[in-house]
Design a protein. Structure first.
Length: 186
């Protein structure tokens, strides 16, 4: 090996050994950085594993807004504008519901919430992402997850009704029936 000034250097010289040592340290550093990057990717992509749906709901509740039954009743009495979604099954909705609510089953919510044709059938405008929306189910658990889904779809003002239909209806769960309406004679 020759230096820039043309001097011949033996392979076992101090300079050559220094270059080998430096090269070896660089390889170790690259290896350590690669391992560190891999560990960061592995641990940052881990998600929790839950025992059941109630565990998920308990975590999600800290990420969403909730409205009490008293607050909802006050909003209704004041005539505030908001969209009230009942995400229970249609048969449950028919048995009893909060007046003014719209039925969109939980399994269809993400698909129907922005579907213009669905809202035309309801004689409503498609909700804007800034509209106030309150979601309820029987007890509030499914509505918690539905609220989170709507937030992930970009809805900014979504809340879950604490305690759901059961809390709203109290001891008489079929007392609040939507009146039948419709065409001739109906």
């Amino acid at each position: 090996m020759y230096l820039l000034n043309g001097t011949n250097v033996q392979e076992n010289s101090v300079l050559f050994n220094h270059d080998k040592l430096l090269n070896c340290k660089m390889k170790k550093m690259k290896f350590n950085i690669s391992i560190l990057a891999l560990l960061i990717i592995i641990f940052s992509s881990c998600t929790a594993i839950y025992e059941d749906g109630k565990d998920i709901v308990s975590v999600v509740k800290s990420e969403i807004n909730e409205v009490s039954v008293d607050t909802l009743k006050s909003m209704i009495e004041k005539g505030e504008e908001f969209l009230l979604l009942d995400i229970r099954q249609p048969a449950d909705y028919e048995t009893g519901n909060i007046p003014g609510s719209f039925s969109i089953p939980r399994g269809e919510l993400e698909f129907l919430i922005l579907d213009e044709y669905f809202w035309e059938e309801q004689f409503m405008y498609t909700p804007l992402k800034t509209d106030k929306i309150i979601v309820y189910c029987t007890s509030g658990n499914r509505a918690t997850l539905a609220t989170q889904s709507l937030m992930k779809l970009g809805f900014e003002n979504v809340s879950n009704l604490e305690g759901g239909w059961t809390a709203f209806a109290g001891e008489n769960p079929v007392a609040e029936m939507q009146p039948e309406s419709g065409g001739c004679g109906g």
